[in-house]
Design a protein around this ligand. Structure first.
Ligand SMILES: Nc1ncnc2c1ncn2[C@@H]1O[C@H](COP(=O)(O)OP(=O)(O)OP(=O)(O)O)[C@@H](O)[C@H]1O
Length: 303
């Protein structure tokens, strides 16, 4: 009997390249013996809804789009007691999740790896009643991915983020934060905070350490403290972009559970999408909560 697949994709993600790849992707899945049900998302939260409605019957759920679409697919399966495996074909602008998990950006190669791959456990973050697959963040520039228009991303790709970030330069402000993990307490004024399970965030590799384990039940937490004067800014930037260079203003923690408190509601971003405003939030690492299809051995290069 053929296996059932739900294939959900965002037609607008990134540069909308799915339009020229769709036939070949479906061909790869069909040849691998899948009976495919296809859904084209029409708006935000559509991917999560369709996964909740149809996912329980499936052997495999494949999502294609940016990190926001993957977030919805994963959020959709979290309610199932027996979760189907997930496959992911990156089609967004930065594709941080794919980079962290070594999923190829080439859509056809990613599709081949789904059908030939092995189900590998991956941690998921719970953020109150929501979920994230690689990062929950607040503060300066973290809103850039969802504030940048699809039209600009389609034309410029990643540089569209830099243009959007430049618009926000004048509005940077620090938040007074109390953070508690299972072992540590921190209080201070913070420009940017990131709770992540990733090797790449917003296109930057190694922000939260090198070779981060993605199935160990632990988050890497980064807090950038408010510089006392403008002369400290280059030091902070060097620390963030060059792994290994140390700055007292960049603090790193590791934890499975973390709670944040702020003096006023602060906007959070989950996997590049708006995550709501919170004065308090509780974040937990759900160790190995989902299985994602990945290649555990290398494929021969095609001529
Ligand atoms: N047909 C659609 N029209 C408008 N928005 C959509 C549509 N389908 C999905 N969405 C929403 O668009 C948002 C962003 O999608 P996604 O992350 O897949 O792509 P992207 O923004 O191009 O990628 P990236 O985050 O890498 O820039 C998600 O919240 C998703 O739910």
């Amino acid at each position: 009997m053929s296996r059932k697949m739900l294939f959900v994709f965002n037609p607008l993600s990134g540069r909308a390249q799915i339009r020229t790849k769709l036939m070949d992707i479906l061909d790869i899945f069909t040849k691998a013996g899948y009976q495919i049900e296809v859904y084209v998302t029409q708006r935000a939260m559509d991917a999560k809804r369709i996964v909740e409605e149809r996912g329980a019957e499936m052997d495999l759920i494949v999502g294609s789009g940016g990190d926001g679409t993957l977030n919805e697919v994963v959020s959709g399966v979290m309610g199932f007691s027996e979760k189907p495996c997930i496959g992911y074909i990156p089609a967004g602008t930065t594709n941080d999740f794919a980079a962290s998990h070594k999923i190829p950006r080439n859509m056809l190669r990613a599709a081949e790896r789904i059908v030939m791959g092995t189900a590998c456990p991956v941690d998921v973050g719970s953020f109150d009643e929501r979920y994230f697959v690689y990062v929950a963040a607040f503060g300066a520039f973290t809103d850039v991915p969802y504030k940048t228009s699809h039209e600009l991303k389609a034309v410029l790709g990643h540089p569209a983020y830099i243009l959007e970030a430049a618009k926000g330069l004048g509005a940077i402000k620090a938040h007074h934060v109390i953070m508690e993990t299972e072992t540590e307490r921190y209080e201070g004024d913070v420009l940017v905070g990131m709770v992540s399970n990733a090797n790449q965030i917003a296109g930057f590799k190694g922000l939260n350490g090198k070779n981060v384990r993605l199935d160990d039940g632990a988050f890497e937490i980064l807090l950038v403290e408010n510089p006392q004067n403008i002369f400290q800014i280059p030091e902070v930037v060097t620390n963030l972009l060059q792994n290994g260079h140390k700055s007292k203003l960049v603090r790193h923690f590791t934890a499975s559970h973390v709670k944040f408190q702020f003096e006023e509601p602060v906007e959070w971003v989950l996997d590049g999408e708006f995550g709501g405003k919170r004065t308090e939030v509780s974040i937990d690492n759900l160790c190995r909560a989902v299985q994602v299809m990945k290649m555990t051995h290398s494929l021969p290069k095609k001529s």
